[in-house]
Design a protein around this ligand. Sequence first.
Ligand code: FE2
Length: 126
Amino acid sequence: MVIHAIKWSDEMTVGMPALDEDHRRLVVLMNKVIAACYAGVGNAMINTAMNELEAYTKEHFVREECLLEAKNDPNLAAHKQQHQELISQLAEMKSQKHGTEIIPILYRWLVVHIMETDRGYSHLFR
Ligand SMILES: [Fe+2]
């Protein structure tokens, strides 16, 4: 899969404006990482972009979990567990030498989470 930039699509919408805004911002930050990988700027610069992505991801996960808690989401525990795993995976990605090969991993890392897990809570906000 060749990905030059992740495009926001309706398939990523969870139907809760604040969380959709967060997810859009995450896509922007992921695209900065992708651009850095293609630019061949080296690990340090890629890690700077990844640090920005990581910081916002953590902030977003807390926000998402609080909103789901307020809705008594029965899947919250499993969802939190996935968030923890995503954070460790990102830390692992940062510790490795990287180039464009991390792009599909990153794509699966977040976009698949949004499309498969996050969309599962959409009904709570309807
Ligand atoms: Fe999530």
